[in-house]
Ligand binder design. Structure first.
Ligand code: OAD
Length: 269
C-alpha cells in the first residue's frame, strides 16, 4: 500500500470515528467485482443484439415493443442472478446491522439487489429493482421471484393489465418519494461516501453536492477520477471491495480475506 493511500485510509477512519450520520451512495462500480457489468468506464458502452442500452431501456421501447423489453431485462436479471454480493456489499450491510452510527443510510443507483442480498435493509433504490414488475396502469408491484419467466408480460393481479420491469427507464421521471428521501438524508448526514459511480446521472449525482452544501465531508471511492472528484474532500482510488472493508475495519491492521467473486462477462451477447 502506498503511503499517501494508507494516510488517506487512516484519515477516513478517523473522520468516521466522530461521525453520527453516514450516507452511502453507490453506483455500478460497487457491483463490478461481483461480475455485474458497469455502464461506463473500462470498456465499451453496453450493446445487446446490436441495440444500445439507452434504446433498449427506454420508455419509448416499452410502448413500441414490451416483449423485447422483457427479454432484455430477463437476460440482465439472469446475469445478475448468477452474481453474489462482494466484500463491499457485505461490509456495508454489517456496519448497518452493527448500529455503529446513529444513522446509516444506503442509497443506490443499482437495480441488482446485491445490497439486500448481503443483508442490508431500507435501501433507497433510486432507479428501481430488476427483481420487481410494476403494472402499466395501476402501478401495483410484484416480485419477479413469484412470477414464472414464461408469463411475459406478467399480468397485474389487481387490474389485469400488462406489467413492465419496475425500473426507471430513459425518458422517465424519477420516483419522487425515493429521491425526496435520499435528498433529506443528504441534507442531514455528516459524512457522505460515494462508491463506484461516474456521478454523471442526476439526481443521484446531486446528492453528494447537497451533502457538501450542508457541511458534510465527502469521500469518494472509485478506481478512476470522476466529475465529483474535485468536490470530494478525500478521493480513494481503488476497488470498492478492497477499500470499504479497510475504512470500516475497527482496528488498524485488518486481517481481511476477500471472497472469490463470480464473473459473468459483459452485456454483449
Ligand atoms: P457507471 O457505469 O456510469 O460508472 C461506474 C463507475 O464505477 C465508474 O466511475 C468506474 O470508474 C467505477 N468503478 C468500476 N469498477 C469499480 C470498482 N471495482 N470499485 C470502485 N469503482 C469502480 O455507473 P453509474 O454511475 O452507477 O441508470 O451509472 C449511473 C446510471 O447510469 C445507472 O444507474 C444507469 C445508467 O444509465 C439507469 O439505468 C436509469
Amino acid at each position: 500500500m502506498e503511503n499517501s493511500y494508507a494516510e488517506d485510509i487512516s484519515q477516513v477512519k478517523s473522520i468516521l470515528t466522530d461521525a453520527r450520520s453516514v450516507l452511502i451512495l453507490t453506483g455500478a462500480g460497487i457491483s463490478a467485482e461481483s461480475g455485474v457489468p458497469t455502464f461506463r468506464g473500462g470498456g465499451g458502452a453496453p450493446v445487446w443484439r446490436g441495440m444500445p442500452f439507452e434504446q433498449l431501456s427506454s420508455a419509448e421501447m416499452v410502448e413500441k415493443d414490451l416483449p423485447l423489453v422483457w427479454e432484455w431485462f430477463d437476460y440482465r436479471r439472469n446475469l445478475v442472478g448468477e452474481c453474489e454480493p462482494n466484500a463491499a456489499h457485505q461490509v456495508l450491510a454489517t456496519v448497518q446491522q452493527s448500529e455503529r452510527f446513529s444513522d446509516f443510510s444506503l442509497v443506490t443507483q443499482n437495480i441488482d439487489g446485491l445490497h439486500q442480498g448481503a443483508g442490508a435493509s431500507d435501501v433507497i433504490e433510486l432507479h428501481g429493482s430488476i427483481w420487481q414488475a410494476s403494472c402499466l396502469s395501476c402501478k401495483t408491484t410484484q416480485s419477479l421471484r413469484e412470477i414464472p419467466e414464461d408469463e411475459r408480460p406478467p399480468i397485474c393481479p389487481e387490474c389485469f393489465d400488462s406489467m413492465r420491469p419496475d425500473v426507471i427507464l430513459f425518458g422517465e421521471a424519477m420516483p419522487v418519494q425515493a429521491v425526496y428521501g435520499a435528498q433529506k438524508k443528504a441534507e442531514k448526514c455528516d459524512v457522505c461516501i460515494v462508491v463506484g459511480t461516474s456521478a454523471l446521472v442526476y439526481p443521484a449525482a446531486e446528492l453528494p453536492l447537497i451533502a457538501k452544501q450542508s457541511g458534510a465531508t465527502i469521500i469518494e471511492i472509485n478506481q478512476e477520477e470522476t466529475g465529483l472528484s474535485s468536490q470530494a474532500n478525500i478521493s480513494l482510488r481503488g476497488k470498492a471491495a478492497e477499500v470499504l472493508p479497510l475504512i470500516f475495519a475497527e482496528n488498524d491492521s485488518p486481517n481481511l480475506r476477500l471472497p472469490e467473486n463470480k464473473k459473468v462477462g459483459s452485456l454483449d451477447s
